[in-house]
Design a protein around this ligand. Structure first.
Ligand code: HEM
Length: 225
């Protein structure tokens, strides 16, 4: 009896564990995964403002970063895998109680989860197409050879692929920008109705800007030179 009073119950321990995972999930969605998404949209948009030369140059710079594989795994793949898997747990168990989130509307609550699931499928296809192509026996290529533009454009030639990419980019960007809004609530930054409205406007602007960058780049690659 004395021991029970001193040590936290299993339920309390699980709740604390869940709280920590929830915070890590929220953080990982913004840093590093969200920051990477924004950087990726900007790099791709290079093709629109500076043509294939700029795109090849910028991709070349990234490819020559020291410890690139380590950076990719620690700052992109592993955080994304954690965020995605825990996100699925949240989606399929309805495990999160974000308090005021419901006032943001049930539609956004459902869209956030649907967009997360679509983004997951999209990211897997995208990685198999351009990063882990050798796993599925694809053509051997290397973005270091100054061929990045040709390879990217060739991959976005078909209309169905373009449509899939357009929906995938919009889903990821919607999920991210709506996610910034919910994360500000999660971390107690926006407490009142007014600050949430202002944050909503800012997130909408972020979402629109990133969508325009992403969609224009897809179109540019698709239409080719
Ligand atoms: C481009 C990749 C992704 C980015 C940038 C991203 C970003 C974010 C952000 C910023 C949040 C808000 C966190 C918060 O409310 O505190 C969030 C929430 C969420 N994410 Fe992601 N995410 C990505 C991919 C995924 C994937 C693949 C899934 C898998 C289904 C997923 C599932 C979720 C779920 C379920 C939530 C809602 C949590 C809640 O309402 O409390 N996300 N995401």
């Amino acid at each position: 009896m004395g021991n029970q009073a001193l040590s936290p119950s299993l339920g309390q321990r699980l709740a604390r564990y869940h709280f920590l995972l929830r915070r890590l999930h929220s953080l990982s969605g913004i840093i590093p995964v969200g920051v990477f998404l924004a950087e990726h949209m900007l790099t791709n948009f290079g093709v629109v403002v500076g043509g294939p030369e700029k795109y090849n140059h910028d991709v070349g710079l990234i490819q020559t970063l020291p410890w690139l594989a380590l950076v990719e795994w620690t700052l992109i793949f592993l955080p994304l895998a954690f965020h995605s898997l825990y996100g699925m747990f949240i989606t399929f168990t309805g495990a999160v109680n974000l308090g005021d989130y419901r006032y943001g509307g049930n539609v956004r609550y459902v869209l956030q989860r649907a967009a997360g699931l679509f983004t997951f499928a999209f990211v897997i296809v995208h990685l198999l197409k351009y990063r882990f192509h050798y796993l599925i026996g694809g053509e051997h290529f290397n973005f270091l050879t100054g061929d990045a533009y040709r390879i990217t454009a060739a991959g976005l030639h078909g209309s169905w692929t373009v449509a899939f990419y357009a929906v995938g980019v919009v889903a990821a960007v919607y999920h991210f920008s709506n996610g910034i809004w919910t994360a500000l609530i999660t971390w107690g930054v926006t407490l009142g109705h007014k600050s949430r409205r202002k944050a909503g406007l800012l997130c909408a602007v972020i979402g629109i800007v990133l969508s325009v960058l992403g969609l224009t780049s897809i179109y540019w690659f698709h239409r080719g030179l």
